[in-house]
Design a binder for this molecule. Structure first.
Ligand code: ADP
Ligand code: MG
Length: 267
């Protein structure tokens, strides 16, 4: 709306979005089923749900890799018609270029945008420092541990300053200690940049540790959508607080009821 102040425009808006896939057998699967979500700028949303229930499809729709059969998706008020630099994506697999040193990887998007050398250096130095890789700018990706590579990938995505950061189970395969370091790095950057994060996870503790809002997706639908108004860093004591136990129970209830179902078998 023309009367809306630009800052009030939601970063993401999904309006009754449905996506179906045709199966080889001839039937169809409704992977995302009438989903409506409004995400104001600056939220850190975790989407949690059982495997096969439409989370990645939802993310791919928002990223613009696929188009909905019904409904509309907008980013910052503009309809999504394809991928764009306003929506950065952090994939589960390492997406660093192995033939480029770490510094060049982080710099990649800045070069593509034609930033001058001194400006690129300043941004890359800041980001490498923020993700704790100052000493590794001249290392090759293969010389880094899994957790370090993931941090380098985060720096590379943030270098492009996407207004929306999309992540599909980005921390799978990392051990607890590494994940905790990365949560801290990510939350720091997110608070500094004040962008919007949409992160898919199947780990409830992860969602409770990092999110300002938790959305449970079951059978392609929003089963639960709850704000999580707690300061950071969230300590184990905070995560065990009575207010959270109630939310935990309700989320687990939805997840357990869905076990064995898929979006396909649900209809
Ligand atoms: P999740 O990420 O929650 O594990 P997905 O979004 O990947 O779930 O998948 C949801 C449903 O849609 C599943 O039944 C899956 O098999 C189906 N699906 C996803 N992508 C495709 C595709 N490209 N073609 C056909 N079916 C698909
Ligand atoms: Mg998935």
């Amino acid at each position: 709306m023309a009367t809306t102040h630009p800052d009030m425009t939601p970063s993401l808006e999904l309006n009754d979005v449905t996506k179906r896939f045709r199966l080889a057998s001839g039937g169809t699967v409704t992977a995302v089923d009438g989903v409506s979500i409004t995400i104001p700028r600056g939220e850190f949303v975790c989407v949690i749900g059982p495997s096969g229930h439409g989370k990645s499809t939802l993310m791919n729709l928002v990223a613009g890799f696929i188009t909905p059969d019904e409904g509309v998706i907008s980013a910052h008020g503009e309809p999504v018609t394809g991928p764009g630099p306003d929506r950065g994506m952090l994939f589960q697999a390492d997406t660093l270029f192995n033939w480029m040193k770490v510094r060049r990887n982080v710099e990649f998007g800045l070069r593509a945008r034609g930033l001058p050398k001194s400006e690129r250096k300043r941004i890359v130095d800041n980001l490498l420092h923020a993700v704790g890789l100052t000493e590794y700018g001249d290392a090759w990706p293969k010389q880094l541990s899994g957790g370090m590579r993931r941090r380098a990938a985060i720096a590379a995505v943030f270098a492009n300053e996407p207004e929306v950061l999309l992540m599909d189970e980005p921390f799978t395969g990392l051990d607890f200690a590494r994940r905790n370091v990365i949560y801290g790095v990510l939350l720091d950057l997110w608070r500094r940049v004040n962008n919007t994060v949409l992160c898919i996870t199947h780990d409830l503790d992860e969602a409770l540790t990092i999110a300002t809002r938790v959305i449970v997706v079951v059978r392609g639908r929003v089963a639960l959508d709850e704000p999580l108004d707690m300061p950071y860093p969230r300590t184990p004591e905070m995560l065990a607080a009575p207010e959270l136990v109630d939310l935990r129970v309700r989320v687990l209830d939805h997840l357990e009821n869905a076990v064995g179902d898929t979006v396909g078998s649900a209809r």
